[in-house]
Design a protein around this ligand. Structure first.
Ligand code: HEC
Length: 255
């Protein structure tokens, strides 16, 4: 039985066949295979870099970044959402034992996972490469991959995409004349508490700029409510109601 005798197995880079001092090879061993770093090699690198740069520029023109409206720190109703590759971490922080008073756990679990990944080459030094013979490493890998998939899926499934799109929509700006009669009437009514002092809307009610209704319908809404808006909000004279409705109907951007 002299199997393998005289052969060198070099398949596993972690197990050197025979240790050599760490001296780079002399390039005179490869005649004709060397090239000057400057300018030959660098020029090639620059050309490849330029191709990628132009490619990325074309992509950014073809696919503008999906911007939302300007961030408003006073809007507590806004649901923030990380990019897809962080969704699993985001979802984990929603579980009761990983959030609030247990927030530390929500940070420690991914922390352990990433430190473990970092230390893997130092912890797992055996020459064995078959996954089935390395149950711990394989097990942890499968656990992590399935957790990442499951949590990402859950986060995407439980996100209110429609509401988020509404919240983030860029609305054209409308200038509001605060000295107008309409605004003065508006500011004395309850409307202002829900729809905001710039009629910009908020967590409970939509903006009153660019509303898709005419003045008559707005009068009706102010008196009788509308879907989730409770009725009998307007208190005052008919003439004032009409002024208010005309004012809101006139809050249109030019777009
Ligand atoms: C208690 C909070 C509240 C008050 C006060 C209130 N609204 Fe509203 N309003 C809402 C909500 C919520 C909606 C959205 C209803 C829906 O679509 O389900 C709404 C919707 C509207 C709409 C339709 C907007 C759109 O684009 O769909 C108009 C117009 C309106 N309100 C006018 C008024 C006026 C005028 C007043 C004052 C007389 C007023 N609201 C007072 C909560 C309020």
């Amino acid at each position: 039985m002299h199997r393998g005798k005289g052969m060198k197995f070099v398949g596993d880079s972690r197990v050197p066949a025979n240790r050599k001092p760490n001296i780079p090879k002399d390039y005179s061993e490869y005649p004709g295979k060397t090239e000057a770093f400057w300018p030959n090699f660098l020029l090639k690198e620059w050309m490849v870099g330029a191709v990628f740069l132009v490619g990325f520029l074309c992509l950014t023109i073809a696919h503008p970044s999906p911007l939302e409206r300007i961030a408003d720190p006073t809007d507590t109703g806004y649901i923030p959402m990380p990019d897809w590759y962080f969704l699993f971490l985001y979802e984990m922080l929603k579980y009761s034992y990983a959030s609030g008073p247990y927030n530390l756990i929500g940070l420690v679990i991914p922390g352990i996972a990433f430190v473990g990944l970092l230390l893997a080459p130092f912890i797992d030094r055996g020459p064995e490469r078959r996954p089935l013979k390395r149950p711990l490493a394989t097990g942890f890998m499968l656990l992590a991959v399935s957790a990442v998939f499951y949590l990402t899926w859950e986060a995407a499934a439980h996100h209110d995409w429609k509401k988020a799109a509404e919240q983030g929509a860029i609305r054209p700006q409308v200038t509001i004349d605060k000295n107008s009669d309409g605004y003065k009437i508006f500011s004395k009514q309850t409307c202002i508490t829900c729809h905001g002092d710039n009629l910009q809307g908020g967590a409970v009610a939509p903006a009153l700029t660019n509303v898709p209704f005419n003045a008559a319908k707005i009068e009706d809404i102010a008196q009788h409510g509308y879907q989730k808006m409770p009725p009998n909000q307007f208190k005052g004279s008919k003439a004032d109601l009409k002024k208010l409705a005309d004012f809101i109907a006139g809050l249109k951007s030019n777009k």
